[in-house]
Design a protein around this ligand. Sequence first.
Ligand SMILES: O=C1O[C@H](COP(=O)(O)O)[C@@H](O)[C@H](O)[C@H]1O
Length: 259
Amino acid sequence: MSDTPQLVVHRDKKLMAEAAAARLITKIVDAQASRGSASVVLTGGRNGNGLLAALAASPARDAIDWGRLDLWWGDERYLPEGDPERNVTQAREALLDAVPLAPERVHAMPASDGPHGTDVEAAAEAYARELAGAALPENHAEVPSFDVLLLGVGPDTHVASLFPEHPGVRETERTVIGVHGSPKPPPVRVSLTLPAIRAAREVWLLAAGEDKANAVAMALAGTGEIQAPAAGARGRSRTLWLLDEPAASQLPKSLYEAH
Ligand SMILES: O=C1O[C@H](COP(=O)(O)O)[C@@H](O)[C@H](O)[C@H]1O
C-alpha cells in the first residue's frame, strides 16, 4: 500500500480536469500495452464528470482501444435506470455514449427498477459477485486489480458513498454495500467499501473548488478514515490527489508546487 499520497495542484478546475484526462488516457494506453486491457473505476460528482467531459473533448482519446477497457463504478445512487441523478447516466452523457466501448465491459451498478427491485442489499451483493467473477486468481482478492480508481471528494470528506461516521466506512469484510440514510441525497445508494478501494493499483482523488478546501486539509492532515473517509482511500502502488488551487488553499504551501 502506498502510504504517502502525492499531490498535484493545478491553477483552476478546468486545467485540473484537462490534465487529469490526459493522465488517464496515458495510464489506460500503458495498461493496454502491457496487460492487453485496462480497468478503471469511475466516480460520480462534479469533478469526476468534469474529467470525463475533458476526456471526451481530447483528440488523444482516440489513442485508447475502447473495446479493451473495463469500466466499473465506485458508487451509485440507487434510482431507476436512466434517472438523471444516477452516476452512470451522467457518465454516459459526459463521455460513454461518444466512444466505442464494449457493452459487456461497462459494469454499471444495478438500478432500483432492475432485478433486485428496492432490495439494495441484494443489488450490492450482485455487484460484489460481478466484481469477484472478474478478479483473476493472481489478484488474490475479491475484486479485480483496477488500474485506476477515481474518487471525487465531497465537502464533508466522503468518497464513493462512504460518509464520515456512517456505518459503511467501518466495513472491513464486504467489497460492496447498500447504503441507507445517506446524508447527501438520494438516501439509498450502493458503494464500494474501503477494502475494495484499496485493492486498486492507483487511487486518484479529485477535488476542485473552495468548498472542498476544508475536506482536503482534514484528509491530508492525519484525520482518521472514520471521521474523514477520503483519508482511508489509498492505492496499492500510488495515491494521487489532483486538486485545483482553491481546493488546496488550506494546505501548507510546503506540501506542493502549483502547476
Ligand atoms: O454523491 C456523490 O458525491 C461525490 C462528490 O461529488 P461532488 O459533486 O461534490 O464532487 C462523488 O464522489 C460520488 O461518486 C457521488 O455519488
